[in-house]
Write a protein of this length. Structure first.
Lengths: 167, 390, 348
């Protein structure tokens, strides 16, 4: 027949947990009333800094799901110095990210050579209709306000901390 | 369909016959029970057709493929960085571990060596993936046997590890952190201390699990002597990982293979158990979690400084060649055989997963077991469906 | 029954209503306290908190949800048997509560063979479970039903034999008589605490608790409802209101077995005599018809606390281990207990 002590120890562990939860509160976060603070690097949603984007199409090409839609046109901007020739710039018409397809891999943010895309830890953007999960240029620009500053690194790192462009 | 071998045709006919038996009510000898694709016990969509005689199993037909997602075919039309995002999702519980062998294979083909700090960070996150995976197992085996409470303790303490993985990589379950040549980004400030706190919590959970489950006499009665795998049969069927170590075989690729990860710079040991039954498999995995915590602590203390990425061109074109790298993943041995014809995309990626080979022993192992023991044995072999079907 | 003189038909209606209340209200209370809150606290979480203050109305939400669900009949199920099975199970709880005394005059019927009647009707639920298992036309239900039949019949014997020890010590099968024996008894000459039978019959109490755990198919004896193997065993094919009947029946039966345990071992509706002496009350006064139910509720909550504490901590036994535990360990132990009680009764 089984020895008793192991069974009693199991009971005492669960009883201790009951008392601990009654006295100190539960370990779970009561979601709508309290929200957990996510790490700054968490991949919540992608924000677009439109001024840096030159519609080079690298992000749209590298996306494994093809969920970024970019359309742009060339425009003439005034010359940098007086007496120079007008230079052509790319202007964005449309920059949509379809979050119903996005798999939050981060390849687009990494691959962008002009640092126009940033990760933010925002996650509360679910919609009742799937079509509303297509974030257009304006909405992506609004996410820029929630982009956290880049953190400093651990000791021993030689990487430089990048700066987030703020308006 | 395309030309099939005789063996394939026979197994197809057997599966059809098993289906027919399942749907027939009256049967002459024995009852055919479908432990179907939707079942609380199988970790996902696994189907096992068992032929019962009372409560004893006479014949077992596992039917796989309900979760096949076509990884090997998908990898042929993705560039190397894109393949890394896909293969996170093979074993989604200890997901960092899936990326490592692939990236090591690609680095071997390109002839690049990742700097020391990157290898250290890779190993730390690899072991943390192992801890996350096996802590889930420790709770899950309790649930399969009826003890509902330890599962919650496992999930609660595992959260801290996942939070640490998230603060370093950005994603709890799909880190997507390895790059060819190193890792994507360096560790944020304060990460080492928070990780040590998380590891302490995991060690205390291991003590809880010993009190609640391993020491519990009911658990011992349910698992001792159930599903004994002799060492030679296990090796014949290709069992790897904790399953074979629980049968007494001293096999661990972290110590034996030489792929650049700094396991030789750390003081750790490989745990084996001579019995080979379900209790041994649980016990070995429990000790492995403790060992992984010790490995991570030592690696955190000895983290070298330096760059985290070697010099790699912008567009990754891998030269022609083949490379095969096997690592000791949480579930067993996982290897990637990458064939490249010099393009942006791999020509062929063959993924050898541990669960698929571990599954092959079930027809032999489950013969003669009782129905409750079927559940115990499947739980102790521990496969994740994503790993099984890819 | 109380302060008013009621006609027989009025009394009958009152007893009918009270019967429903006594079965269903404690079931609701224990479901909330233990199934929603205690198990959650054991698992470091808070349980339902949104429906009503601290989740107290969650059970109402569950009742409403189950009542409006579609009543599914499997194609090959035997319709009459399938439909009747939950009611057979719950009828035994209602029959059990008839003999439990809640006060000196607060009882439904006062049989001379009260406890014998209770043990007899508690086996009715086995029939209901077997009906559910066979009529569901599903292999999982069938296996669950067969396992349940074996287990419940095996654990009835320890239950009965444990109670025999109490009966020998009390000297009567009458439930009120057993309570009287505990009030008027003395421990080594001191009558302050009465003589709750848990002190002398602790072996019988242990066997009683284990047997009750098995009769209710709670872990570690829940092979018939082994969730990870048989989905929900004999209840797999039931949905909506019939599933609710099984669910409420399980909790109601747990409570009523706890009431029985409180009556047999903890002194029933009485408070220890030194308290009544301090307050200057007669232990059989009419006040106890009001205090008695509250005392019984408290004692019932204590016993069900132990039942659910064990339920949520341990894994489950395998079927053959379960049977071996009953036949090879519990029954011999209970026979030993009867022998010791018999000898002690004659000697002391």
């Amino acid at each position: 027949m089984p020895k008793v002590p192991g069974l009693i120890k199991g009971l005492s562990i669960t009883l201790k947990e009951v008392v601990k939860t009654m006295v100190k509160g539960a370990e779970t976060v009561q979601y709508p009333h309290e929200k957990e603070a996510l790490a700054p690097r968490s991949r919540g949603v992608i924000a677009l800094h439109e001024d840096n984007c030159t519609s080079c199409m690298l992000c749209a090409r590298e996306c494994p799901d093809w969920c970024i839609y970019i359309e742009g046109h060339k425009d003439l901007a005034p010359p940098r110095r007086a007496g120079g020739s007008p230079r052509s710039v790319n202007k964005l018409d449309r920059f949509d990210i379809d979050y119903s397809l996005c798999m939050y891999c981060g390849i687009c943010v990494e691959v962008c050579p002009f640092e126009a895309l940033f990760w933010t830890p925002e996650y509360e953007y679910s919609e009742p209709r799937i079509a509303d999960l297509l974030h257009d240029k304006t909405r992506l620009g609004q996410w820029m306000e929630t982009v956290p500053e880049f953190e400093s690194y651990e000791a021993g790192s030689v990487a430089k901390v990048k700066k987030v462009p703020r308006p | 369909m395309t030309a099939k071998t005789d063996a394939q045709k026979l197994s197809y006919i057997a599966a059809q016959a098993a289906d027919a038996r399942v749907n027939v009510e009256l049967e002459a000898e024995g009852m055919t029970l479908n432990i179907g694709p939707q079942h609380p016990a199988t970790h996902g969509t696994l189907r096992i057709i068992v032929r019962l005689d009372g409560e004893q199993v006479t014949k077992v037909d596992p039917v796989l493929g309900y979760m096949h997602r076509g990884y090997e075919k998908l990898a042929e039309v993705r560039t190397y960085p894109q393949v890394t995002t896909l293969i996170n999702r093979i074993d989604w519980v200890g997901s960092f571990a899936n990326e490592v062998p692939f990236v090591l294979a690609a680095e071997q083909l390109m002839g690049i060596e990742a700097p020391d700090r990157a290898q250290w960070i890779r190993t730390i996150l690899f072991e943390m993936g192992r801890i996350a995976n096996i802590v889930l197992f420790l709770g899950d085996m309790g649930v399969q046997l009826g003890a509902v409470t330890p599962m919650f303790y496992a999930l609660r303490d595992r959260e801290l590890i996942l939070n640490q993985i998230e603060s370093a990589t950005g994603g709890r379950f799909h880190p997507n952190f390895n790059r060819i040549g190193g890792v994507k980004d360096d560790l944020p400030a304060g990460w080492i201390e928070d990780t040590k706190v998380a590891l302490d919590k995991i060690m205390s959970f291991c003590d809880d699990a010993e009190g609640l489950i391993v020491g519990n006499e009911i658990f011992e009665e349910r698992t001792r002597g159930v599903g004994i795998i002799p060492a030679d049969i296990g090796l014949e069927y290709g069992l790897t990982g904790a399953n074979i170590r629980a049968s007494g075989v001293d096999w661990d690729l972290r110590r034996d293979s030489d792929i650049g990860l700094p396991y030789d710079k750390v003081d750790w040991k490989v745990w084996t158990h001579p019995d080979g039954d379900s209790f041994a498999r649980y016990w070995v995995r429990l000790q492995e979690v403790r060992e992984s915590c010790k490995i991570v602590e030592q690696l955190l203390d000895s983290l070298p400084s330096g760059a985290i990425m070697a010099k790699v061109p912008r567009i990754i074109k891998v030269p022609e060649g083949e490379a095969c790298i096997a690592t000791e993943n949480p579930l067993g041995q996982m290897s990637y055989y990458v064939v490249s014809k010099g393009g942006l995309e791999p020509f062929r990626v063959k993924i050898r997963t541990a669960s698929f080979s571990n599954m092959s022993i079930t027809p032999w192992l489950l013969k003669g077991a009782y129905v409750p023991d079927v559940i115990t044995i499947l739980a102790s072999l521990y496969f994740i469906l994503g790993d099984l079907d890819r | 029954m109380l302060l008013l003189e009621l006609a027989y038909w009025q009394e009958s209606i009152l007893k009918l209503l009270l019967g429903f209340i006594v079965v269903l209200v404690p079931a609701g209370v224990t479901v909330y306290l233990y199934l929603f809150k205690m198990v959650s606290f054991m698992q470091s979480r808070l349980g339902p908190m949104e429906a009503g203050p601290y989740g107290s109305l969650q059970l109402l939400a569950e009742l409403g949800k189950s009542a409006q669900k579609e009543d599914i009949f499997p194609d090959k199920a035997d319709r009459i048997v399938y439909a009747a099975a939950p009611y057979v199970v719950i009828v035994s709880s209602f029959l059990l509560v008839l003999v439990v005394p809640f006060g000196p005059d607060a009882y439904f019927v006062n049989f001379d063979t009260g406890i014998f009647f209770a043990l007899a009707v508690s086996s009715l639920s086995v029939i209901g479970i077997l009906m559910a298992g066979w009529a569901s036309a599903s292999k999982y239900s069938l296996m669950g039903g067969l396992r349940a039949a074996g287990q419940l019949i095996a654990y009835e014997l320890p239950l009965i034999l444990a109670v025999v020890g109490v009966v020998i010590q009390a000297g009567t099968l009458n439930m009120q008589g057993i309570v009287d024996a505990q009030i008027n008894g003395e421990i080594f000459g001191w009558g302050g605490l009465g003589n709750p039978f848990i002190l002398t019959q602790f072996i019988a109490f242990f066997i009683f608790m284990v047997a009750v755990q098995a009769e209710l198919t709670q872990t570690p004896f829940d092979m018939p409802v082994a969730e990870s193997e048989l989905v929900t065993g004999y209840m797999t094919e039931y949905s909506g209101f019939r599933f609710l009947m099984f669910f409420i029946g399980e909790f109601a039966t747990a409570n009523i077995f706890a009431f029985l345990g409180a009556t047999l071992f903890l002194g029933g509706w009485s408070v220890p005599p030194f308290v009544t002496d301090m307050l200057g009350l007669d232990p059989y006064s009419a006040w106890f018809n009001l205090i008695g139910p509250i005392v019984m509720l408290t004692k019932m909550l204590l016993i069900t606390f132990v039942i659910y504490w064990v339920r949520f901590t341990y894994p489950r036994f395998r079927e053959d281990q379960l049977q071996a535990f009953a036949w090879k360990f519990l029954i011999p132990l209970s026979l030993v207990n009867i022998a010791i009680t018999g000898v002690a009764k004659v000697v002391f």
